[in-house]
Design a protein around this ligand. Sequence first.
Ligand code: ATP
Length: 766
Amino acid sequence: MYLKSLELSGFKSFAKKASLEFKTPITAIVGPNGSGKSNIAESFRFVLGEQSIKSMRGKRTEDLIWNGSKTSPRSNRAHVKLTFDNTARGNVSESGRLFAIDFDEVVLERVIHRDATSEYRLNDSVVRLKDTIELLSGAHIGASGHHIISQGEADRILSVNTRERKAMIEDALGLKIYHYKKDESERKLEKTQENLDKVESIRRELKPHLAFLHKQVAKVEKARELALDLKQAYRDYFAREKAYLDATLKRITYELDPLEKRMLELQKDITHAREELQKLSQKDVTSDALLSSEEKMRSIREKKDLAVREVGRIEGEISALRTLLAKEERKQTEEAHKTVPFTSVSSMTTSLGRLIDSALSQGDPAEFKAALSAIKTLVSEFMNTVRGETARDNDIAEVRENISSLEHDKKKREGEIATLDAEEKKYAEEYKKIQHTIESDIHSGREMERRIFTLSNEQQEVRMHIQVLTSEKSTLKLEEEEYKRELLEAGALVGVEAVRFDDLSRALAESGVVEERSEQHERKRQIERTKVRLEDAGSGGGDDIMKEFEEVSQRDAFLEKEVADLEQSAESLHALITDLEETLAREFAEGVKKINVQFSEFFSLMFNGGNASLEIVREVRKIKRDTDIEDIEDDDGTEDGAEGEEKVFEGVEIHVALPRKKIHGLEMLSGGERALTSIALIFAMSQVNPPPFIILDETDAALDEANSKRYGDMIENLSKKTQLILITHNRETMSRAGVLYGITMGADAISQLLSVSFDEAVHVAK
Ligand code: ATP
């Protein structure tokens, strides 16, 4: 026994808390009409999660809540609590428990409020309706269906169409779980398909953009490759360029330094030489000395000439006087000659003239005087001679005296001449010396000029050399500026790595290879070419593109995987659905077979013979597109439009053969016969897959006494497998129950519950 108790409060006519305990296999609920018996059956549906208010005879949720009476105010909530024993072992579920949860007792609760909010609880925890339904379906019970047969409902299994009947039988066979799973799988499949469509559509939308990005990325990659090449080329180029610049500067400096030093030296030397030359040219003073020296010599020579002439004159006088003396002396001896020969006169005038000349040329007054005195003497001597001497002795002495005086003069003059000679000799030497100096100066000047010429020549040469080097230097400077500009450009174009080449410089320095400048120029050209190509490929950045491509392709890959996953899950859902359908069909067929065995047994028991069976039927119907299968309620709803789609429906047909009667169609059965048939079928269904409990609300209403007895027997039989709750007015049925609950309704319109004895029950039921 699985059912333990039911507790109601505020549910429909049960304003106050009422509880029922189900301690026996069969519990009967009895009471007069309208006392609230059916409300009990509905409280079961309610607590098991029934969503259809209609099936609980209400229009709105509120209709399920105690609505109040003259004496009792209405409730705000309806609460039903159903307790199961979950410890029992049996064939209900594989685990031996009723519910697949690890509790010995399972308490289900449902509360509704007037604002239509609903709350489900499982062992005091709030749960979702879905959880309740799943739990219950595992235990082969549910809110509606085969195990709760409401008043007048027994007949339903006969009156519904074949398709609905099939559903009811499936439910009874416990196959609803497959339907539930199938529906869920189909929903999932639909959702999966929707997602698949969505994802594929996104992928389609993404595709051109991805293709575009792909192209862009190829471009960016190409550009990056070129940039890398360029970077490398730049490093190589710069390292070599720097080496070239350094080496060239070093060489120029090395060559230029001594030249500049030499140039300074030369300049100094030339200046010095020029100064020397200048000095030489200023030595004209020497030639002046030469001239003065010459002048001096000339003057001495003149003096000497004069002295010589004086000596000559004196000698002449002396000679004349000596002649006179000799004549006087002869006169003395010969006595007289009075004629004066012309020669004497001529001689005397010649001498006189000479004396006068000498006197005239004399500057010195003393000498002038002496000359004059000599003239007087000459003249007086001549006169003495001419007159004929008288006092010859005196004259001779005088002549002799004159001669001596003249000889004295002569000596004096000769002394003067000697002095002048010495002077002349001195000046002549001095002159010679000056002359020599001049000659040597001239020679030095020439030497100096020659030197200046040589130095200037060298200077010219050195200057030219320096000019060449200076021009080389300024060319180098331009090259260096260009190199610096290129460094900046390279850094800006391909990043700072392009200008980091110390390692290459080192390697280059170590290798010591010297190359042609043209090779470097070729490198430069190659760099320019790469730059152009890089520009074409779109230099600069690309990070955004790369990032976007990365993101988009990741997204695409993700979507691709998503598609694969979705396809995979769609496939497995398809497989699952097929599997479920197969299982369902197989188990259904097997179940129907088993039901048929029981059905014919119950049927022949009820009718004392006869035969009844179920048959699975297939019918092909044409349905309009967009018509939901659920919309086709019965045969009248058939859509037979020509454009309809054909669909196969399965259903279950009931065949009956009453004993002794030629009745085969259900329509031809009497009310009682219908009731018996449906009870036989319901019992047969319950036998095959017994639910933990069955509620039968006045299923026995239409039975006569004999049939009531048979019904009672069947119930007893059924109660061995399933707990039964019977709402009945039937005395026979009551007699089979272990516990009887009587329900009464007083003036307050509240249903009241009490345990009653059989006799009381019989009484209450009336
Ligand atoms: P019968 O033997 O004739 O089938 P019953 O014992 O099954 O009768 P129910 O149909 O269970 O009786 O009870 C119906 C009674 O419950 C009615 O009197 C109805 O007024 C009362 N009832 C139903 N809903 C409410 C409600 N929300 N509040 C108060 N009373 C209600």
